[in-house]
Every structure is written in structure tokens, then in C-alpha cells.
Write a protein that binds this ligand. Structure first.
Ligand code: GDP
Ligand code: MG
Length: 336
């Protein structure tokens, strides 16, 4: 058997568990997860390398986590849906992940239509089965199987990692022969500075409610990796003075809490101590600004096309797998 590889697009409604699944499949925390819908804004690629074994040549699977499919009105929402369509383009397999505890509705139909239109193989993943009585699963499977001839229907719990091994195996089986697209020691194509920004945003989402989480964007303004210490300064953008007051909190308490928690997460990521300075800035109605939303896109930031953030240094451009990362986290100079 020869080497297999391919791109798998993870589609689903907000909160279905897409990001949790990506992290479970790759075995590292790449995408942030919160109980709030529309946590994921950009597509996130996770890379799974399956080494060669007796009788098997090995494989590389690239999973693409996407923002939840929803009706988009703002510039931000539209950008999120472009990310979804971008992920669908040229993928080899679609995972349609559904919350098995929820009823089917219009939104599901829209996703199924997208999947059908792409003429790609589709695995239906019925997630959160840990919350479902065993006898209820069969009727759910029956109902879904009438919708489309899925290549596989697999009940899973992304949270508990149930069904994940079976899913990996079925995935490798269906992928075509292909090249290794990414080096074997890489787990994502995300730049570390973007992951750091997401770690901060995750803590903002966890600490705030109502409109504040959705009104927030994080931009890394400085990223200096040293041997023992990484210095980061980041701006948390919100849309109104009132939101800024909430984010800063009484005597700066809220910002301090967000900063402490985010710092601990980022320390795991960069494997050095982190000095994190956070600032809250108001940018009125940024979600409706094409220019601002465009500038948040890390791919754009990498290209250095916009002035929102500067280009990262080459060593922070990739996040290698843990083992390799330890070897690679050495130098960096310069301001990010
Ligand atoms: N009980 C349970 N909760 C889950 C499971 N998968 C995800 N969740 C939770 O569902 C919420 C949304 O998950 P997330 O991965 O952010 O969903 P996304 O919006 O589709 O990316 C989070 O609170 C997760 O912890 C699961 O298998 N079982
Ligand atoms: Mg998500």
C-alpha cells in the first residue's frame, strides 16, 4: 500500500464540537473551545501524521476546522463564511458534525446542501453521544441516514475522545494516494502569534457575556521570543467604551484575570516564561469594517499586506509538534 494523504473539511453548525474534534484528532490543543457559538473565526488546519507500520505506508491527514455555518450579516460574519467555503474547496473528504442531542433544522439542511454540491465524500459524525441515552442513538442514525448516502456514519464524543480511533482509520482508508504536504514534525500551519492571540480571545470569551465576546478581537502588537522569556503585547479591541469598561473591570481586575489565564496557556504553547501586556482599545463597529476584518486575518498579516499587525519573524511562522518544538524553540530576535 502506498502513502495516503488529503484534506478533510470539518463542517457543522456553531457549537457542534468542530474545534473539540480537531483537537482530539490531532492530540494537541490547536483551536480554542468555549461554550459560546461562533468562537472560531478563521479556518484552522491541524496535521495528523500516521507513521508507517507493517503493511501500511503511513499517511498524512490535514484537518480543517471551520467557523460554524450561519447566516452572515456583518463583514466579520461574511469573512467567516468565506473561510468555510475556502476550506471546502479542493478537500478530499467532508466531516459533517452534528450535535446528536439536537433536532435537525434548517441550518443543517444548508450544510448538507453545501456538502452535496461539493461532490465530495461525506462522513456524518454524530457528536456528544456521551449526553445521549443509548436507546436514543439508533433512531437518530436512522433519521439522518435518510438524508444522504453518507460514506460513513460514526457516533462520537469529541470531548471524551470516543470513536476517534475508528474515525481516523476510516478516514485514512478513504483518502487517495498522495504526497506528504507538510513536514512530519508539524502539527499545524498556524503561526504561534496567531495561536497566542486566540488564547487571549478564548479567555475574553470565557470571562465575558452577551455582546462583549462577539465584539472582541485580539491583535498581537509585539512578539519577541527569547530562550527563556517570550515578550508579548496585545491589543483587545472592542466596539464601545462601555465594553472597554467591562473588559478592564474595577481597578483593572478583569483584565488582570484574563491576562493571567491567557499567559499560562501561552506558556504551554511557546514553552518559555511569558511576559504578557494587554491593552483594551475601542474601534467603533469594527465588525462591519471590511478593512479591519481583513486585517485580522493572519494570512494577510503574514503577507504583510495590512498595517494591523507586523510580519512575524521566521521562527514563529510554524508550530512544530511538541518534541520537535522543544528543539526548535531557541532564538528569535527582533520585534514581531
Ligand atoms: N458533552 C459534550 N460536549 C462537547 C462535545 N464536543 C464538544 N462539546 C462542547 O460543546 C461546546 C462547543 O464546542 P466547540 O468545539 O467550541 O464547538 P464548535 O463551535 O463547533 O467549534 C464546548 O463547550 C465543548 O466542550 C462532546 O462530545 N460532548
Ligand atoms: Mg469552533
Amino acid at each position: 500500500m502506498s502513502f495516503r494523504s488529503g484534506f478533510v473539511c470539518i463542517l457543522g453548525k456553531p457549537n457542534a464540537g468542530k474545534s473539540t474534534l480537531l483537537n482530539a484528532l490531532v492530540g494537541e490543543k490547536l483551536a480554542i473551545v468555549t461554550p459560546k457559538p461562533q468562537t472560531t473565526r478563521n479556518r484552522v488546519q491541524g496535521i495528523l501524521n500516521i507513521p508507517k507500520k507493517k503493511g501500511q505506508a503511513g499517511a498524512q491527514v490535514i484537518f480543517i476546522d471551520t467557523p460554524g455555518v450561519h447566516k452572515a450579516a456583518s463583514s466579520l460574519g461574511k469573512q467567516m463564511m468565506r473561510e468555510v467555503h475556502g476550506a471546502l474547496e479542493g478537500c478530499d473528504l467532508i466531516y459533517w458534525i452534528c450535535d446528536a442531542t439536537k433536532k435537525l433544522e434548517e441550518g443543517d439542511q444548508a450544510i448538507l446542501e453545501m456538502a452535496k454540491k461539493s461532490r465530495t465524500a461525506v462522513f456524518l459524525l454524530l457528536n456528544k453521544v456521551d449526553l445521549l441515552d443509548k436507546q436514543k442513538l439508533l433512531p437518530v442514525i436512522e433519521r439522518f441516514s435518510e438524508l444522504h448516502s453518507f460514506n460513513e456514519i460514526i457516533p462520537i464524543s469529541a470531548l471524551r475522545k470516543d470513536g476517534i480511533d475508528r474515525l481516523r482509520e476510516a478516514t485514512v482508508e478513504i483518502l487517495p494516494e498522495g504526497p506528504r504536504y507538510f513536514p512530519e514534525d508539524e502539527v499545524t500551519d498556524l503561526p504561534v502569534r496567531f495561536m497566542a492571540a486566540e488564547a487571549i480571545r478564548e479567555q475574553v470569551l470565557m470571562a465575558t457575556k452577551e455582546e462583549v465576546p462577539h465584539s472582541t478581537a485580539v491583535v498581537i502588537e509585539q512578539f519577541e521570543e527569547g530562550k527563556r522569556l517570550t515578550r508579548i503585547s496585545a491589543a483587545i479591541f472592542c466596539e464601545r467604551e462601555g465594553q472597554k469598561a467591562i473588559l478592564v473591570g474595577k481597578g483593572g481586575q478583569m483584565l488582570k484575570l484574563i491576562g493571567t489565564k491567557a499567559r499560562l496557556e501561552i506558556e504551554k504553547l511557546v514553552e518559555t516564561k511569558v511576559f504578557l501586556a494587554l491593552f483594551v482599545k475601542v474601534q467603533a463597529n469594527w465588525r462591519d469594517s471590511d478593512r479591519f476584518v481583513d486585517g485580522l486575518d493572519w494570512r494577510r498579516q503574514l503577507e504583510g499586506l495590512t498595517g494591523v499587525a507586523k510580519e512575524p519573524t521566521p521562527t514563529e511562522a510554524r508550530v512544530p509538534a511538541k518534541k520537535a518544538r522543544r528543539r526548535q524553540v531557541t532564538k528569535t530576535s527582533g520585534r514581531g
